[in-house]
Each structure stands twice: as structure tokens, then as C-alpha cells.
Design a protein. Structure first.
Length: 319
């Protein structure tokens, strides 16, 4: 599928320094807000009360959330399972888990007298610490796996460039959540891990085209090869990321509060994932000195496709 055709390679790497200075400033601000404000962690991480209540008919989650919010609980997680509703309350100073449960049940019964309490349990801080530790371990394992995969498939310079670009995406997502004090839950952590894999996929597509271009154009500079690779994959980038973003935005606008921050994290990650794969990862690989010999073992002659000009830098740049 073609949206439009580019007849001239776009010189992305000519502006790599400026773009990466912008990236560095954004990254530094994200780190500052992470340390200065910190993340607004959800009940899963900080501990709190988890209640399950039952209705005679299908529950109105919006009304339940509104009733609980009037008690002073902000950004409470409310999930519906048919006639049952699960409510997650943060720790309240001076109140036990039982007192919180009684307070909420009193407010809910005032609106719907038939509501019943099925279960009430306290999630302690130790559970929150365990979830935090497991989340960090999962992130570290994903990063390590990405580096090993890319080092074997391409070259260590590309592996290092991709990991740095991916960490750039993760830190910026966390920086947004720290700056605006959006609730950071397990769903958001899952979105962050998904963004890692999504961004890696984009980098692999571009690096595959870089390797292919190194085979085809022996006289072209590294910057020219990278520019040609990015230009020739723009069509795929627009189609893939555009369709993915439509699905994520549908979750953001119509998925309700449960999926709100999950979709928001994915939206930020997709936008910065495109940027980092095209500009950050590619530029870092270029500055690390990647060359044709790194990707083509033995340095054999370049392959030539039918209809390709031998030294045309714009061949294959179809969008």
C-alpha cells in the first residue's frame, strides 16, 4: 500500500544533533520530576483496602465511583464484574481497613439499600514492595533480552543504541506521570513494558533496511544509508503506528477510567517510540561508528535488485 511517493531521500541525520539535544533536555526534565515529585503509586504498590460489593442487578460503576469520590477518595479504582464491583481504596490516615469499609458501605447503602459486602481485605505495604521489586525485575529482564537479541541479529552498536533509545521512551513516560501526578498502577506498568517491545519492533525494521542498504550502496556514507532507510520505511510507519494509535485512542476515550491511564501511557509511548527509533537510536548508532563491515560479514559485493540504480540513494524510498 502506498500513501505517497518520496522521490528524494530526507536528510534526517543532518538534524540529528539538534533533535537529540531536544531529547536530552526532555529526558533530563523527566528524571528531575521523577526525583522531585515521584510517582503517584496506586493501591497495588502502596497498600490499601480492597472491597468487593454485590448488587441485585448490573452495577452502575460511574455512580459507585461518584459516591466513593464524595467521601474524599480521589482516583479510586472501581471495576465491575457483572453484578459485583471491586473497589480499591488507598490508605487513609487514622482509619483502619474495617472503618474504611464501613464508611464506604454506608454511603453506598444510602444510594442503593440492597448492596451487600462480599469481601474486605487489606493489601499491606509488603505486598506493594514485592510488586515494585517484581516490576523492576521485569523491566530489567526485558532490557537485557532486547540487548541480547539485537546484538545477535545485528551488532552491539545497534543493540546499545536501541536500548538507550528505549530507556529514553520509558523515562519520558514516567516523567509525564510524575509531572502530572497521574496514578501509576500495574496496568500502566504493563503499558510501559508493551512500549518497550513496540519501540524495539520499529528499530528492528529500520535497522533491517539499514543493513540492506549497506549491501546495495557501497559508496554511500553511513548517514546517507540511515537517511535512505528511514525514508523508505515511512509508509510502513504511518500505516502501522496510525492504525495502532486509533485502537489506543478508542480505549482512551471509550474504555472508561479503568483503561484511561493504560491508554494514556501507550499513547505517549507510541509517539516517542516513533521519534526515538527514527532519530535517537539511528543517530546513536551513527555516532558509535557503525559501518558496512559491522553488518555484512566478509565484505562481499553488494546485492543488486532488478530495476535498481547502482548508486541511486532514493531507490526503494516508497511511501
Amino acid at each position: 500500500m502506498e500513501f505517497f511517493r518520496i522521490h528524494k531521500t530526507i536528510p534526517f541525520m543532518r538534524h540529528a544533533l539538534v533533535l537529540n539535544i531536544v531529547s536530552f533536555v526532555t529526558f533530563a526534565l523527566a528524571v528531575f520530576f521523577l526525583f522531585h515529585r515521584g510517582l503517584h503509586l496506586s493501591v497495588e504498590f502502596t497498600g490499601g483496602t480492597v472491597m468487593e460489593v454485590a448488587y441485585k442487578q448490573s452495577a452502575d460503576v460511574g455512580k459507585v465511583r461518584e459516591v466513593v469520590a464524595k467521601l474524599g477518595y480521589q482516583e479510586v479504582q472501581v471495576q465491575s464484574f457483572g453484578t459485583a464491583v471491586q473497589i480499591r481504596l488507598p490508605v487513609a490516615k487514622g482509619m483502619t481497613s474495617t472503618q474504611q469499609s464501613d464508611q464506604v458501605m454506608g454511603a453506598l447503602k444510602a444510594v442503593e439499600p440492597t448492596v451487600e459486602l462480599r469481601s474486605n481485605e487489606f493489601v499491606g505495604p509488603q505486598v506493594g514492595d514485592e510488586l515494585t521489586s517484581n516490576g523492576l525485575k521485569a523491566l530489567a529482564m526485558v532490557v537485557a533480552g532486547i540487548m541480547i537479541y539485537l546484538a545477535f541479529r545485528f551488532e552491539w552498536k545497534f543493540a546499545l543504541a536501541t536500548v538507550l533509545a528505549n530507556l529514553h521512551d520509558v523515562v519520558i513516560i514516567l516523567g509525564f506521570f510524575a509531572f502530572f501526578q497521574w496514578e501509576f498502577s500495574l496496568a500502566v506498568l504493563a503499558a510501559v513494558l508493551a512500549v518497550l517491545g513496540y519501540s524495539v519492533n520499529e528499530s528492528v525494521v529500520i535497522f533491517d533496511r539499514v543493513r540492506e542498504n549497506f549491501r546495495r550502496y557501497r559508496k554511500m556514507t553511513t548517514a546517507g544509508v540511515i537517511d535512505s532507510a528511514i525514508t523508505s520505511t515511512i509508509s510502513r510507519t504511518i500505516i502501522t503506528h496510525g492504525s495502532t494509535q486509533l485502537v489506543v485512542l478508542s480505549m482512551f476515550f471509550f474504555g472508561g477510567p479503568t483503561l484511561h491511564y493504560f491508554a494514556l501511557a501507550l499513547t505517549i509511548g507510541i509517539c516517542f517510540g516513533i521519534y526515538s527509533s527514527c532519530f535517537v537510536a539511528a543517530a546513536i548508532a551513527m555516532w558509535l561508528g557503525v559501518k558496512r563491515e559491522d553488518l555484512i560479514k566478509g565484505g562481499g559485493p553488494p546485492t543488486k535488485r532488478e530495476g535498481d540504480a547502482e548508486d541511486d540513494p532514493n531507490a526503494g524510498a516508497v511511501v
